[in-house]
Design a protein around this ligand. Structure first.
Ligand code: NAP
Length: 292
């Protein structure tokens, strides 16, 4: 099979979902309702965070949603940020908001996340939403794992009864995707691996579906993959590269060129999981508006 035929085109799937969301937003406007409103808070000057927030803003506008960004300086105190969160929690015009992470070191991230109103927590990071997810009840699902589930569904990849091996146990990717794929409905058998896992290649070679969220460029090699497995690459790394116009290229956690030869399906980086993450955030914002 050609490599092109193996690619799971996250961008195309995300674009199709954006059209569906845009149609719902247009329907709301036709009924005289306001457009859903997503706010983002960014503290400090982290370059990657600024890029992420800019692309979220652009995505909002592309589906007809309202977006606003609160840019706070690096030296903002925890108290000042909590005051802004209190405002966002109660503001009638804002349906959902995100706090772009990481926050500067002098701010307690856990305290901040715990202060978000769960009804506006469109990132699905609060203990309330994580608890509901665990119980399989309606909630805001965290965007990246929700995007992966949707990618699998819309690509016709069966998860029921399959062995999924997840590399990484972060609160935003590895742990929630393990929960979501092992729940009724997805019905996979899930193994979760982390830095203390022994004999990792032996475990990854048992996977029908591999989800790689490890934060190490090109970590997953072809000899760690069972022939015919589906490989989902969550990693995003900006690698300096003077041969490109921008001076860098984006790589994932998977050695794409080698792994694509043995996998049956694979997500590229960029253009795989990344676009799905943003569209799931829009989806959650739409749900937030509907619930209010
Ligand atoms: P993270 O918080 O850095 O966690 C990495 C996980 O990998 C940890 O659980 C760690 O284990 C595990 N790990 C590290 N080295 C390992 C090794 N040698 N063997 C086995 N496990 C190992 O990662 P994250 O926030 O989930 O992000 C992962 C990657 O996805 C990053 O590249 C990030 O930029 C990217 N990302 C992309 C999106 C998107 O929209 N596409 C969204 C979020 C993140 P321990 O728990 O034992 O330390």
């Amino acid at each position: 099979m050609n490599i092109e035929d193996k690619i799971i085109d996250g961008k195309a799937i995300a674009d199709a979902m954006k059209k569906e969301i845009a149609a719902e937003v247009a329907g709301m406007l036709d009924k005289g309702m306001d457009a859903p409103h997503l706010a983002a808070v960014i503290v400090g000057e982290d370059g990657a965070s600024k890029t992420y927030v800019a692309s979220k803003e652009k995505a909002c506008q592309s589906v007809g949603m309202t977006s606003s960004v609160y840019r706070l300086p690096e030296n903002t105190s925890e108290e000042e940020l909590l005051k802004l969160i209190d405002f966002l929690n109660n503001d009638e015009e804002i349906d959902g908001y995100i706090i772009q992470l990481p926050l500067p070191k002098h701010i307690n991230e856990t305290k901040v996340i715990h202060s978000i109103n769960p009804k506006k927590d469109v990132d699905g990071f609060t203990p309330h939403n994580i608890g509901l997810m665990q119980l399989g009840e309606p909630c805001f699902l965290p965007a990246t794992p929700a995007g992966i589930v949707e990618l699998l569904k819309r690509s016709g990849i069966e998860t029921a009864g399959k062995h999924v091996v997840v590399l990484g146990r972060s609160n935003i990717v590895g742990t929630p995707i393990s929960v979501m794929l092992s729940r009724k409905g997805a019905d996979a058998t899930v193994t979760i691996c982390h830095s203390k896992t022994e004999n990792l290649p032996e475990i990854t070679r048992q996977a029908d579906i591999l989800v790689v969220a490890i934060g190490k460029p090109k970590f997953l090699k072809a000899d760690m993959v069972k022939p015919g497995a589906v490989v989902i690459d969550v990693g995003i790394h900006r690698i300096e590269d003077n041969t490109t116009e921008k001076g860098y290229r984006i790589e994932g956690d998977v050695d794409f060129d080698e792994v694509a030869k043995v996998a049956s399906k694979i997500t590229p980086v960029p253009g795989g999981v990344g676009p799905m993450t943003i569209v799931e955030l829009l989806y959650n914002t739409l749900q937030a508006k509907k619930r209010r």
